[in-house]
Write a new protein. Structure first.
Length: 340
């Protein structure tokens, strides 16, 4: 079969690799929509540890084509989405309910072969059945939405209070949609691109701005002078986080959601954390939120995301398009079928 693999040294190749063989408790799927994520870019740039040669792709939806022994919840032909992680189950974090902090955690599409292939084998327990009438392009958004749901869990928002979200790409805009469901009000977003400001409005933002300076100038109006009780960095920027402390209210929660360069450093004044009683939380991947995200896919207007599909043979153009950011999400169709 054909598989798009990271082979190390910042290189991708479309390779011929053996088809997966079925084993007990597993399924084989034919991926139909597989998203490119910022993590894939970090892998190519050498900023994220992977296990080359490895097939990329962790935002996956596709059809079940084979099931192994003891698989009872799924059948051939089912449309599924994949929660792309494997945990050891025996380390401290796994055994106290924090599996996503597992010291031996492996991710499909990073350390284990992912969905940018004609076929992918995964444990049946991490595959979730999608509605039969759902587009696979929408189904593949379940994984990033699950990360968003976990981030909101970490933030523990209170309805009726304002929130500031900096960065409204695909994940940031879905965060807007979830915050709308949570009753946060008003929802204020910042993004330097006009098209992403428009997307934020479509997803439920009440006010959109292109700079944080514009937000600061209207703080009195937007927050009644108190500042923001919830501030989200959905960019991955130390500079944004520095400004977030200034814009935060007393007892605010600042959420670090965007993936920053590992070498980036954030200079903070401890007294500001102390004096305001600020809470700073991180949000990593999507523990125990995939099923919940699936139930929310039709509750937020994800159809407003501009999705562009590529065949895997056009992987160079696809990754270039992702970097250019013209579309909100770039996806591969490993089956090579046109749905234009």
């Amino acid at each position: 079969m054909k598989a798009l693999q990271y082979i190390g040294n910042h290189k991708l190749e479309l390779r011929d690799v053996p088809n997966p063989t079925i084993t007990d408790g597993h399924i084989i799927i034919a991926p139909e929509s597989v998203g490119i994520c910022g993590t894939d870019i970090h892998i190519l740039e050498g900023d994220y540890t992977s296990n080359p040669p490895v097939t990329l792709g962790h935002e996956v939806s596709g059809r079940v084509v084979e099931i192994g022994k003891d698989v009872t919840e799924l059948k051939v032909g089912d449309l599924v989405t994949v929660e792309p992680h494997r945990y050891c189950g025996v380390c401290l974090y796994c055994q106290i309910g924090y599996e996503h902090m597992c010291i031996k955690k492996e991710a499909y599409g990073v350390h284990l072969d992912g969905g940018m292939a004609e076929f992918q084998k995964v444990p049946a327990k991490i595959a979730y059945k999608l509605p039969t009438n759902m587009k696979t392009s929408i189904g593949a958004l379940t994984e990033p939405l699950a990360c968003v749901v976990h981030s909101v869990d970490r933030m523990r928002p209170l309805s009726g209070l304002p929130i500031l979200i900096v960065g409204t790409g695909a994940a940031g805009s879905m965060l807007v949609g979830i915050c709308k469901l949570q009753g946060l009000n008003p929802i204020i977003t910042v993004d330097g691109r006009k098209d992403r400001c428009e997307l934020a409005k479509l997803m439920g933002a009440d006010y959109t701005f292109e700079t944080l300076e514009e937000v600061e100038a209207r703080m009195e109006e937007l927050t009644n002078g108190f500042g923001f009780p919830f501030v989200v960095d959905a960019v991955g920027s130390a500079e944004v986080l520095t400004q977030a402390i200034k814009l935060a209210s007393r007892r605010a929660t600042i959420l670090v959601f965007g993936v920053a360069n590992p070498t980036a450093e954030w200079k903070i004044k401890p007294n500001e954390i102390y004096a305001k009683e600020l809470t700073i939380v991180g949000s990593a991947i999507n523990p125990f939120t995939h099923r919940r995200a699936l139930s929310l896919l039709d509750r937020i207007p994800v159809e407003n995301l501009k999705i562009k599909e590529f065949e895997m043979s056009d992987f160079e153009a696809a990754f270039t398009s992702h970097r250019e950011g013209i579309y909100d999400k770039i996806q591969f169709n490993p089956q090579g079928l046109s749905r234009k």
